[in-house]
Each structure stands twice: as C-alpha cells, then as structure tokens.
Design a protein around this ligand. Sequence first.
Ligand SMILES: NC(=O)c1ccc[n+]([C@@H]2O[C@H](COP(=O)([O-])OP(=O)(O)OC[C@H]3O[C@@H](n4cnc5c(N)ncnc54)[C@H](OP(=O)(O)O)[C@@H]3O)[C@@H](O)[C@H]2O)c1
Length: 275
Amino acid sequence: MSAKKAGLLAGQVALITGSESGIGRETARAFCRQGAAVVLNGLQPARLEATRLALAAEGYQVAACLADVTDYAAAERLIATAIDTFGRLDILVTNASISMRAYFRDMTPEVFRQVLDSNVYGSVFPLKAALPHLVRAKGSVTFISSISALNGMPSGSAYCAGKAALANLAHTLRLELADTGVHFGVVHIGFTQNDPDKRVLDAAGQPVPIAHRSARWQKSQAEVAAIILRHVRRRKRRTVISALGQLILVVHTLLPRLGDWVVRTSQRRLRNFYE
Ligand SMILES: NC(=O)c1ccc[n+]([C@@H]2O[C@H](COP(=O)([O-])OP(=O)(O)OC[C@H]3O[C@@H](n4cnc5c(N)ncnc54)[C@H](OP(=O)(O)O)[C@@H]3O)[C@@H](O)[C@H]2O)c1
C-alpha cells in the first residue's frame, strides 16, 4: 500500500503526554488518522479511558497509561507501555503541562515549583526514559511550548520560564545528539480553544477556570494538531503558530522595548490569552 493510502505515519508509534484532553487528544487523533499507533497519557483515569475508548471506537490503534510525567518512575512506566504494547517508539510529543494565572509576588514557592516541574521535568523525564528507543528508531521529539515563552507574560512567570527552557533544551540536545539522527523540535502554540473543564492554578495552587476569550482570536484544537503533525513530519526545529506569534518573535528580537511597552499597556486584555 502506498504511504498516502496507509497514512503518512503508518508503522510508526507515537507517545503524546497529557493527551487525555485538549490539544494532546486532538494531536493523538491526527496522528492516528495518519496510521500511527498512539500511546495516550494523563492523570485522570476516567477521562483517559474515555479518550482511549473514543479513539479505539474510531478504529485506531491506541493504548493508554495513567502516569504523572514529573515522576521519573512513572515516566519509565509510560515508555514501557509503548514498547510492551507496540514494540517500538518513533515519536515523542511532550504536551502535558500545568498553566497558571498568578503574579510572582503572590505565589507560594510550591505553586511555582509545581508549574515549572510540569513543564520542564514533565518533558525531561519521558524523554530521558524514551531516548534509547528514539535513537534506535532515529525518531522525533517535539516539545510543546507557547508563544508566551517568546517574550514573557505578566502572571505567567513559572509557566513562561518552563516553556522557554524547553527551547534551549531542544537546541542543546540537537547539538549533543546530532549524530543520532533524532529530531528535536519545539512548537510555540498561541491562542487555542480550551476544553470547558480546563483549569489553571492560582497563586495558592487552587485550580481555576480560564476566563472566556473570543473565538475570533483562537485556533481550534484540530487546527493546532494539524500544525503539530506537519512539524513532526517535516522534522522542523521550530514552529511558531499564528501571526501574533510571528509578530511577537520579530518585535522581541528587533524592538524589545516596544514589545514590553505593548505587553504592559495591554496587560489586562492579554492576561487570559496565552496559556
Ligand atoms: N490552549 C492554549 O491556548 C495553549 C496556548 C499555548 C500553549 N499551550 C500548550 O499546549 C499544551 C496542551 O494544552 P491544552 O490547552 O490542551 O491543556 P490541557 O487540556 O490542560 O491539557 C494538558 C493535559 O496535561 C495533563 N497533565 C498536566 N500535568 C501532567 C502530568 N504531570 N502528568 C501527566 N499529565 C499531565 C493535564 O491533566 P489535568 O487536566 O488532570 O491536569 C491535561 O490533560 C500544553 O503544553 C500547553 O501549555 C496551550
């Protein structure tokens, strides 16, 4: 069968962290449509099982592993699920993340650590456990970041710091592991529709809903999933989603003071946009 008929990812195995909901779930669906077998992951047993059942009912090859990716032993279990179920691992997308809505001066140190850990160690630990398999497959690693990591965002200190760290990590690993043939890339996501039950942490660590934002400014989860799929297929180093993301990148590089002025003066409006 031609690659087109079988799907562009036919024969490949992908693991997407935090894929029981949101962008991760739609990315899993997009990869499945292209013929990949996909390992799903998340923290909530009922939601994870519901996502697995939905994709299996669509006729896709899926497995699921309940695992907190900030726990190295759990990350090892997650990778073992891919190997034990499908025999190999070609693609890792580190998508699991906790976001926040809190100013640095108000946050407890524990909340800062929780948000940072989910974004940094939540990517590092699955990758560390998966690396031998990815090297064997000359596979692909994509860290999901945010356009807020390109310039910083008031009320997002730990989140932005964690997401920005991923870009440097990808670059360093690309240099260190150049001879392995493994792809390391980063996708900076912008305003995207959220699941209705999505929560972010406030300064005290309480989960709070995201304020409503106009659909006009947002991409759908399926659109973002298609962009992540293209990024992986083309083994791109960096994908910055949306015209706003591109604009932030240019202004941050060429006119950083202007960029800061715009963010400060439009803070209230921008506050609920990025995560
Ligand atoms: N939506 C946007 O506008 C936007 C913008 C820029 C970047 N992004 C990035 O896109 C990615 C997906 O975001 P989303 O909007 O789809 O959010 P989401 O619906 O909250 O998805 C994140 C998933 O990761 C899970 N998770 C969190 N910590 C975990 C851990 N330690 N171990 C395993 N799973 C964990 C969450 O589970 P719980 O719900 O149980 O915590 C949730 O299922 C994230 O990396 C986010 O930062 C999103």
